[in-house]
Design a protein around this ligand. Structure first.
Ligand code: ATP
Ligand code: MG
Length: 230
């Protein structure tokens, strides 16, 4: 087909970009599976390939969430465990950060009425700021628990203090704040007793069981291993 005109200033939508990203992500899964099927692969290489697959699964979840954002992302329509999401986010961030991370959980699962992909994006944004602030020889501590009927995540680091690090694009925290408010929660930024930043995310607790569980189960059903570009 011959292209006859180009609309100047046209910017493809996020949905269009996510749509087109499905193919390369599906290729990563296929290539990883082919590598894992190679005979004589060392245990260390297998472990690394599994980590690569986990990262690709997260990318696939992000893409699916962006493509279907109106249904699974609506406030109150989903339920996710802040503790397991924090664990997943820590594991992923630690692939590229060599400092010390400590996750302190004052309770078992802490369910919030936020979609798991959105919640992980929120946690990952706070974590990546803290890790950047702490630097490779620093420490980041996460505390997950319930406080006054709310789910709470505190991220504290050994960096120079809130607002005292080199600026990036300035997108992450504003997005976390917007999504926290949209879900009836809040975000507090300041410094901990050690002088580094302390950022606390508070979100409403989800009821023990809700129809939202069905939406959650449905989302989990199409994420991860079963995912492939159409
Ligand atoms: N852990 C932290 N320690 C020190 N300052 C922080 C910390 N977290 C956030 N900030 C301050 O808040 C600002 C806004 O954070 P935000 O995550 O929105 O932007 P960014 O990290 O600079 O860029 P982006 O997230 O878009 O890559 C940061 O530039 C920094 O000044
Ligand atoms: Mg940031």
């Amino acid at each position: 087909m011959q292209v006859t005109s180009v609309t100047s200033g046209f910017v493809p939508s996020l949905q269009e970009i996510c749509h087109d990203m499905r193919q390369p992500v599906a290729s990563v899964f296929a290539l990883a599976a082919a590598v894992l099927a190679e005979p004589g692969l060392s245990q260390a290489a297998c472990t690394r390939m599994d980590e690569i697959i986990k990262q690709a699964e997260w990318l696939a979840d992000l893409i699916q969430h962006a493509l279907h954002t109106t249904v699974p992302g609506a406030p109150g329509s989903c339920r996710s465990d802040l503790l397991s999401v924090a664990n997943e986010a820590v594991a992923a961030e630690c692939v590229t950060w060599v400092g010390e991370v400590k996750l302190v959980a004052s309770a078992g699962p802490v369910y919030t009425a936020v979609h798991p992909v959105l919640l992980r994006r929120m946690v990952a944004n706070l974590l990546s700021n803290a890790m950047r602030a702490a630097g490779p020889s620093g420490r980041v501590t996460l505390q997950v628990g319930q406080e006054e009927g709310s789910a709470r995540l505190c991220v504290e680091d050994t960096g120079p203090g809130f607002g005292k690090i080199q600026k990036g694009l300035g997108l992450g925290l504003a997005a976390v704040l917007r999504d926290a408010i949209r879900h009836g929660g809040r975000l507090e930024c300041g410094n901990g007793t050690g002088g580094g930043a302390r950022v606390s995310l508070t979100l409403p607790i989800a009821s023990t069981h809700s129809p939202a569980d069905d939406a959650y189960a449905e989302f989990c059903g199409y994420s991860g291993h079963a995912w492939a570009a159409e």
